[in-house]
Design a protein around this ligand. Structure first.
Ligand code: ADE
Length: 230
């Protein structure tokens, strides 16, 4: 079983690379992929760079070039659901693209013909996450994550995403990775730790909490990897 572990930013995969220790680096399409074996499980690790286009490229490369059979994404998100505090973990049940808009032609937000408004993640990976959380005594919430090519930092945009998609959190890569994996029949799991509340100036709390929340998410992902079949 070969597992892909993606983040969007270097900080999101640094704790994972540190944990695996040794790895082989390969450069493809202006990005670096790290192959490692952790506890007998073959891993391919990479950060995609921010946004839906780069994350699509990385997920596709992991699957087509490296033969990844299961995809795990670890990173940070802006919280929408007030129950989610900074540092809390959210597992995506389903994801949508909040900035995909052909409503001009009568379609709902986030929908294009041939696609679907929401894409679901793998139920058995989600179950594994909740088993691991219980074992660790960690609070884990499931919910809807909205993805778009925008760092959301104003209350109006946040309110639009909440009311249109009933989203609990938002970020910039999850839905594109999920669409790629869904299309290619690769089970996908998206985990995010809350870094900010998506309604204030980015400089306010993002940098302060991004690194610590990224580590919370990465550490949890590695606990899941320890439980995956070799
Ligand atoms: N990732 C973490 N916080 C975010 C925000 N406010 N907007 C988009 N992506 C994010």
């Amino acid at each position: 079983m070969k597992i892909g572990i993606m983040g969007a930013m270097p900080e999101e995969i640094a704790p994972i690379l540190e944990k695996v220790g040794e790895y082989k680096s390969t450069d493809i399409a202006d990005n670096t992929y790290y192959e490692a074996n952790y506890n007998g499980v073959d891993l391919v690790i990479a950060y995609s760079k921010i946004g839906k286009v780069f994350s699509t490229l990385t997920a596709s490369t992991m699957i087509h070039h490296f033969g990844v059979e299961t995809m795990l994404f670890s990173g940070v998100a802006g919280g929408i659901n007030p129950a989610l505090k900074i540092g809390d973990l959210i597992v995506a049940d389903k994801l949508c693209q909040h900035d995909l808009d052909i409503t001009a032609f009568g379609h709902p937000h986030g929908f294009v013909p041939g696609g679907s408004q929401f894409v679901e993640t793998d139920a058995s990976l989600r179950k594994l996450a909740f088993d691991v959380a219980k074992e660790m005594g960690v609070a884990l919430q499931g919910g809807t994550i909205a993805t778009g090519d925008q760092f959301v930092h104003n209350p109006e945009r946040k309110a639009f995403i909440e009311s249109t998609f009933s989203a609990d959190a938002l970020e910039m890569e999850g839905a594109s990775v999920a669409v790629v994996c869904h299309s290619l029949n690769v089970p996908v799991f998206i985990l995010r730790a809350i870094s900010d509340t998506a309604d204030t100036d980015a400089s306010f709390n993002f940098d302060e909490f991004m690194e610590s929340s990224a580590k919370i998410s990465a550490d949890f992902i590695m606990k899941m990897v320890e439980r995956l079949e070799r």
